[in-house]
Design a protein around this ligand. Sequence first.
Ligand code: GLA
Length: 403
Amino acid sequence: MLSDSLLSSEELAERAVESYRENFQASPAVLSQAPGRLEILGNHTDYNKGFILSIALDLSVVIAGGQEESRPSRLAAWSSGFNERVEAGLEEIQAIGNSWINYPLGVLREIREAGSRLPSINLAVESSLPVGAGVSSSAALELATAEAAYGMLGGRPATPMEQAQLCRRAENDFVGVPCGILDQFSSLFGRRNHVLFLDCDTLDYDRIPLAGSEVAVVIADSGVQHELVDGKYARLRAHCQRATQKLNELLDREIDSLRQVSLEEFLECREQIDEEDRKRAEHVIRENRRVLAGVEALRRGDTAKLGELMLQSHSSSRDLFGNSCAELDFLVESAAELPGFIGAKLSGGGFGGATVNLVEQGAAVDFQQALEESCSKRFAAPARTFLTRIGDGARLLGKPPGS
Ligand code: GLA
């Protein structure tokens, strides 16, 4: 599926305004946008207080929003993707089953807890993000909701990092997904043609230009549903936690995260750690080093080295972290054989979802087609690929027409 078939931000914005008018018989007051993300390096390092490298995509969620004084206050939200309008009370905010409205609802609850009064709110949501492909459409929905709400109600937090953390809390505490900060950070801090670096302990970050504009990003969706809510993600977190506790006993100083353990220290005592916990920890400790090597490679403009590190990261997720699957492995192995290939790995939680591919711009369309073909020969559900670019982070768009 070529990127041409995906809607541009302008088209999304037009549709959002139209959907808003149809659903709420009024013009929206604000338009906001937030992108999806891909993880370049740093698989499952975020909640271990480690390092990550990521990008925001040129694919996003756009929201047209408005407010009313109707009482009791409530959220009414329309999503074209789900072809559904859902309403929920805002006086006492409660989750509605597994509905997508829980993401905006969770964000609004956090915004109220931060001191804003919530009127009745209407949202029309449009998206060019493939749902379930592991590109964080949920974080994009959270960030676009927050942007729309601040645009209407004010009350923006003092720093963008606080906004990312607020949205993460909505996902952790309200939706119930125990994710780290990667998705919300990337969706908010993204910048065109830049790779984002985050130290998840200190929350220091940087935006590093990706040498030249000749690198295309191809998302390859394995078609295998990945679910963060189904417990596999939480189990991986628990392994990391146990390994941390064990290392805290074994080392003669106090540690509370895998980030604080050097590879040398780990190798000295690894035999004393339960096998599964040990493998998960080894992945995280080595992955943190790969991220730092990736930062150096980016600063040198050495994209070939970055690509090598991505392949190593994928192998480590597969062999040590145990969160790959046959389809993701096949996608990465096939990609590595194709002309124009720079690097590929699984992105995000794992067990399905998408791989991220960095490809030389001129070869990207052929690369996509060849990858889809080789997949359709091997698997019943052929992979979908999307050609995109590195995009900007979440923001308010200009005033909607007629507002
Ligand atoms: C998911 C989570 C992130 C991160 C990645 C793995 O995308 O939402 O916080 O843990 O998995 O790196």
